[in-house]
Design a protein around this ligand. Structure first.
Ligand SMILES: [Zn+2]
Length: 221
């Protein structure tokens, strides 16, 4: 795959293997509602063009099985400390109540590890080939204008968020071109990006590894 870009689509998946369904303590309907409401639905379709161009890692599993964007060590993960919503959600998201039995937590850890091993291998390949690797982290955001947004006048379809010191005009141009039929905003209403350190990778030249975050609006069906 050409160029040093790599896509990460962590939250579009809806799958939970049948063998773990009995672990969930909420009803099948409630589970389904939690899965759909908190998935970044269709981000895999939306970013498919860029995915084919640059390659990347998609997670086909629901974040209610495991969330790859949380620290693996629960002690380091504030979402686990505060809400029991680390890489292995122990509480339901829509309302605070126990989500599932933890008896398969160690077994489910292998899904988390496999995801990061894939991402690590692809990152390493890009680094070897191009000397750098930029991760395009693909999420969705709500179509509601939240009270905490500074500018409430405009909610774009696509928001490209990055830190100024990671600015890559070539990448911005590629994304703008890819989504030219959409309303695109840069660093508004959501600005900045997250450095993806919530992982167990060895430090493969992390300092040369800027991370872009691309978000998009999707109405929940
Ligand atoms: Zn997400």
């Amino acid at each position: 795959m050409k160029d040093h870009y790599l896509l990460h689509i962590p939250h579009s998946g809806l799958e939970i293997p049948n063998k773990y369904l009995d672990d969930y303590l909420i009803s099948a309907d409630d589970l389904k509602q939690n899965i759909y409401q908190y998935a970044d639905l269709f981000t895999d379709d939306l970013f498919d063009g860029l995915y084919k161009k640059f390659g990347g890692v998609k997670n086909s599993y629901s974040r209610l099985l495991f969330d790859p964007e949380r620290f693996f060590d629960d002690k380091e993960e504030s979402m686990h400390q505060q809400f029991k919503l680390g890489w292995f959600y122990e509480n339901s998201i829509l309302d605070e109540r126990p989500l599932r039995d933890t008896k398969h937590k160690t077994e489910i850890a292998k899904y988390y590890r496999e995801h990061h091993q894939k991402l690590h291998a692809m990152t390493k390949e890009k680094l070897e080939k191009h000397g750098k690797c930029t991760l395009i982290d693909c999420h969705s955001f709500s179509n509601e204008t939240y009270w905490f947004l500074e500018d409430k006048s405009r909610l774009p379809d696509i928001c490209i968020g990055f830190e100024e010191y990671h600015k890559d005009q070539q990448l911005i141009d590629i994304i703008v071109d890819e989504f030219k039929s959409y309303d695109i905003a840069i660093n508004e209403p959501y600005s900045g990006s997250l450095c993806s350190h919530a992982c167990t990778w060895p430090p493969v030249r992390m300092n040369t590894w800027p991370v872009e975050k691309v978000k998009n609006i999707l109405a929940l069906l």
